[in-house]
Design a protein around this ligand. Structure first.
Ligand code: NAD
Length: 376
């Protein structure tokens, strides 16, 4: 029987990594891993994932006689913290990891981020491989080389850039994800269209693919490539790829305050709608494009678009102030003028807004969410 096809490309980052993508490709993993010299590997994952989807990969590793230990962690977002990071690092050294060992991060963004950061810290940096299992991880988090844990004051506050040896994305894994999580992952694909395409048509085409589960692999590849195209223009993510953070100033703070009630993509979905509301309120964005945010995210994809009533607007504002990208210029926002075009202040894509306007936008969104709750 012919082996499942593998599509190969490179991440266009400052330190590029090969990205291998296909469906049902777990059996071919050891062959790619064995192209490197290493003494043993450590598969970092959660007990649930190991049982649910991890066996084909483990069997393939075992069959190839690769020395492999498993390190199990609880991958809930609340555990993306110092305790979990320390546990992984200490367990690795206690169980004999050396500078020649390789970590395999098998899971979603939480496992990928914690494992990537542990790999950067152990012996001042050992190698690791991303084996992303969620839509978000395959199409977004593994494509940035950013590894981080959350701090007491906010998300992703402590981290480093550390590139994986390669990324091994098997579309069979996200196919097993709960639909709510898949949708949250697709939000970043919608964002990629908003920030880089001349019209929203591509978002509609993408959501047409989403209606057909048979085409999930195509959709994943589509979103991944849309992000790589943006990164290719600016591998350091310092200037143009900053645009990938569209909706994230609001979104990260909402996700943080949700303490697990909202998924990352759901918070970003609300964050993009708030950015659209703010841009419209400041006179940059047309009502038509603002409404397109609500139609595509809320009606077509079905992710949340308004600020939940349990988030106090003042608290959200203060949390945004503590955002990890805060600069000496204070709180500033990435705002779109139209699809594919950012509003800017004299060439600077980050725009300041009066606290009172931001709070008003937040209040209006919150009151619309209360209306929706009453109508239901
Ligand atoms: N580094 C970056 O650039 C970057 C970018 C985007 C997101 N992130 C981070 O990623 C995290 C979110 O990651 P995520 O959305 O991938 O989810 P996740 O890692 O939080 O996982 C969510 C849940 O899904 C389960 N799961 C994972 N794969 C599964 C599968 N195939 N089938 C069934 N269940 C599965 C996990 O066990 C977990 O219970 C956040 O912490 C976010 O900050 C980082």
């Amino acid at each position: 029987m012919p082996l499942p096809a593998i599509t190969t490309f490179d991440t266009p980052l400052q330190t590029p990594s090969p990205y291998f993508f296909g469906s049902g490709i777990a059996g071919q993993f050891p062959e790619y891993l064995n192209r490197r010299e290493f003494d043993r590997c450590f598969l970092v994952t959660s007990p649930k994932l190991l049982q649910l989807i991890g066996q084909p990969l483990l069997k393939a590793i075992d069959a190839a006689a690769v020395r492999c230990n498993t390190v199990l962690i609880d991958d809930a977002e609340r555990n993306k913290d110092w305790d979990t990071l320390r546990t992984v690092c200490e367990e690795l050294t206690a169980r004999g990891a050396t500078r020649d060992s390789v970590l395999l991060a098998f899971g979603g963004g939480v496992i990928g981020n914690v494992t990537g950061l542990a790999a950067a810290l152990v012996y001042r940096g050992i190698r690791f491989v991303h084996v992303p299992t969620t839509v978000t991880a395959q199409t977004d988090s593994t494509l940035s080389n950013k590894q981080a844990i959350n701090g007491a004051m906010g998300k992703n506050q402590f981290g480093v850039y550390h590139a994986p040896l390669f990324i091994w994305a098997d579309a069979d894994y996200p196919a097993r994800e709960p639909v709510r999580q898949q949708k949250a992952g697709i939000v970043e694909g919608v964002k990629n269209v908003f920030i880089s395409q001349p019209s929203t048509d591509a978002a509609d085409e993408m959501l047409d693919l989403w209606r057909n589960p048979e085409r999930l692999a195509e959709l994943l590849l589509w979103i991944t490539r849309s992000k790589l195209d943006i990164l290719r223009q600016d591998p350091t993510e310092r200037a143009s790829a900053l645009v990938l953070e569209y909706g994230h100033t609001f979104g990260h703070a909402i996700e943080w305050l949700g303490r697990g009630r909202l998924l990352h993509g759901e918070a970003i979905s609300i964050g993009m709608c708030l950015a659209a509301d703010l841009s419209h309120a400041l006179g940059h964005m047309s009502a038509e494009f603002r409404d397109a945010h609500y139609r595509i995210l809320g009606q077509r994809l079905g992710t949340p678009t308004t600020l939940p009533g349990w988030i106090a607007t003042e608290t959200l504002y203060e949390t945004m102030l503590a955002d990890n990208k805060r600069t000496r210029k204070g709180l500033r926002f990435l705002l779109l003028r139209r699809c594919g075009e950012f509003a800017d202040a004299g060439g600077d894509p980050l725009i300041s807004a009066d606290r009172s306007i931001v709070l008003q936008v937040l209040e209006e969104s919150r009151s619309r969410s209360a209306e929706v709750a009453v109508r239901r």
